[in-house]
Design a protein around this ligand. Structure first.
Ligand code: 2BA
Length: 107
């Protein structure tokens, strides 16, 4: 068994959860915050059988959209001079981690 962690944009979360449930995957939705943008995103955790990992990832990936975002990155020039430079970054569609599950029980 594997545990999938998938971080997606809040706007895609309802659709991702819906397709996972429709395909028979159990998932838990966590409200999380990205460390870089410091804005909300959604993390799903889902325990799946080894041979279902690819299907789950494919469902997540095809329902989580990539977005570009302009941020203002502050660059320092010496102690008192800072300048905010616009920087385009690509966020998502989904950041996925797959971990081995040592033991799974429902008590
Ligand atoms: P954030 O940390 O808010 O990052 C949002 C986006 O900002 C990232 O998109 C990436 O394009 C950019 N970014 C992040 N850190 C950066 C840095 N140090 N320098 C320049 N640009 C940076 P994604 O890579 O698609 O990540 C989306 C969200 O997924 C992240 O939100 C974070 O919550 C999570 N994430 C991504 N990689 C992770 C990792 N290795 N470990 C844990 N969480 C991760």
């Amino acid at each position: 068994m594997k545990l999938i962690f998938a971080i997606v944009n809040d706007d895609d979360a309802a659709r991702v959860l819906s397709v996972l449930n429709q395909a028979g995957f159990s998932a838990t939705k966590l409200a999380t915050t990205g460390g870089y943008l410091k804005s909300g995103n959604t993390t799903f955790i889902s325990g799946v059988e080894d041979d279902q990992v690819d299907q789950a990832i494919s469902l997540i990936g095809s329902n989580a959209r990539k977005r570009t975002q302009i941020i203002h990155d502050t660059t320092s020039f010496g102690a008192f001079n800072t300048m905010a430079m616009p920087l385009e970054i690509t966020v998502g569609g989904a950041t996925v981690f797959v971990l081995n599950v040592e033991r799974f029980e429902k008590l």
